[in-house]
Design a binder for this molecule. Sequence first.
Ligand SMILES: [Zn+2]
Ligand SMILES: [Zn+2]
Length: 146
Amino acid sequence: MWIVDEAIGQLKKSGAKITSQRVGILKLLENRRDHPSAEQIYREMQKVFPTISFATIYSTAQLLEKAGLIQIITIDDKRVFFDPNPEVHGHFRCNRCERLFDFSVNVDMVRQITAGIPHNVSGIQLYLYGLCTECSGTEKSKIQQA
Ligand SMILES: [Zn+2]
Ligand SMILES: [Zn+2]
């Protein structure tokens, strides 16, 4: 996690220009534990910057991702989510309530996967789908066999 001042420094280092709209998006994402959708950030930004476009939201998110500040989560084929936590972790999406949950990913497991790949791996996304404990009514929901 980062605070806005650190994020601005990191963004500058990555060569991006600092604009008030970019700082505005950083302020919305700072200290956030949820995974707001691009549309949600767009609506929240419109309250402060009424003329901002959706394209600006998305291009800024891409800059932030490149600077290592956020992850863009494409677990859903209907919308993208922004995750202010850039550390490697997995995401679980409930097929019924459509909520996103974080889960931790074993670093050794990641190393094992990447060791078997001849390519230069620069990022990882791990997406799991199923029913959350609330929707399945059980404490431990069975992972659906493909
Ligand atoms: Zn659910
Ligand atoms: Zn997450």
